[in-house]
Unconditional design. Structure first.
Length: 301
């Protein structure tokens, strides 16, 4: 009977495997980061390594049979080096290649043609030397600038962690009023006028969480939780309470002794340290337990 189980009728559609946002610290990540993750990992990127067909049906050239068109993207491999540069949506493709007609096919990797170039960001007011592809340079020219290229393209099309990090820095700089150009007010206003329209698509929280990898987002969340709930060890708390109690008891007893010994008409200022105040305690009730603990103290005979 499905009603006996806690999941109930949901088991009819199969068991759902918990994802990275369903358990642990991943479940505590804000909605702003989940929106970025969906844009980066769950959105279909633009076709780079194949030409998509616009029509829904096509006729086979050999059999002349009508069959549906299937635009299936090629599986891409994002290497660590691809996240250190800006490849313009390109990646490594793994497949097979038949080099001779009479031989079996062999595995082959297709790697993009890489080159190092210098790009300029007007918002950050800096030049950067990065590894790019020819497609990256073509897209930068089509978008009329490196900043427009970062701000116009989605996270799934940028693919690179470096490009996403630079995009977050550009958005934060625009949100703060382009502090890099504070010495040139006229140029600063021109840059804000040209690129300020991109801020309408993001909130302040979304900009703060944009461009982080999953591990970086988890570390950022952990730091926020530590700052919000600073855990103080119990030994520090109990030590502070004990010192405060001893200070109050020592000052009161020292005050009684000083007032009895002081001559008439004179005032005694209590500026002694806690140790000096505690040494004046002569009551056995307050010093008996201290003398038992201290192995170097004088034993009462």
């Amino acid at each position: 009977n499905l009603e006996i189980l806690p999941q109930g009728i949901k088991l009819l559609n199969g068991w759902k495997r918990p994802g990275r946002f369903d358990k642990g610290l991943g479940a505590q990540l804000p909605e702003a980061y989940r929106k970025f993750w969906a844009e980066w990992k769950l959105t279909t990127p633009a076709a780079v390594h194949y030409i998509p067909k616009d029509r829904e049906w096509e006729r086979d050239e050999v059999t002349h049979a009508i069959k549906p068109v299937q635009n299936i993207p090629l599986p891409l491999i994002d290497t660590p080096e691809s996240h250190q540069g800006i490849w313009g949506g390109e990646a490594v493709i793994k497949g097979f290649q038949k080099r001779q007609q009479t031989k079996r096919r062999v595995p082959h990797f297709w790697v993009p043609n890489l080159r190092r170039s210098v790009v300029h960001s007007h918002v950050l007011d800096s030049y950067m030397s990065v590894v790019v592809t020819e497609r990256t340079l073509e897209q930068i020219h089509e978008c009329h600038g490196f900043d427009h290229y970062l701000l116009k393209n989605r996270a799934c099309d940028l693919r690179s962690a470096l490009a996403l990090k630079l995009k977050r820095e550009v958005l934060q700089a625009l949100q703060q009023g382009v502090p890099a150009l504070s010495g040139e007010p006229q140029r600063q206003q021109d840059v804000l006028k040209e690129y300020g329209r991109y801020l309408a698509s993001y909130t302040s929280e979304e900009i703060d969480w944009y461009g982080h990898t999953y591990l970086e987002a988890i570390r950022k969340l952990q730091n926020q939780l530590r700052e919000a709930e600073k855990v103080q060890p119990h030994k520090v708390e109990f030590r502070g309470k004990l010192i405060e109690q001893l200070r109050q008891a020592g000052i009161s007893e020292a005050g009684k002794l000083d007032k009895s010994d002081a001559p008439a008409g004179s005032t005694v200022e209590h500026k002694d340290s806690d140790i000096e105040a505690l040494t004046k305690l002569e009551s056995p009730a307050s010093s008996s337990w201290l003398s038992k603990i201290n192995p170097f103290g004088k034993k009462e005979t």
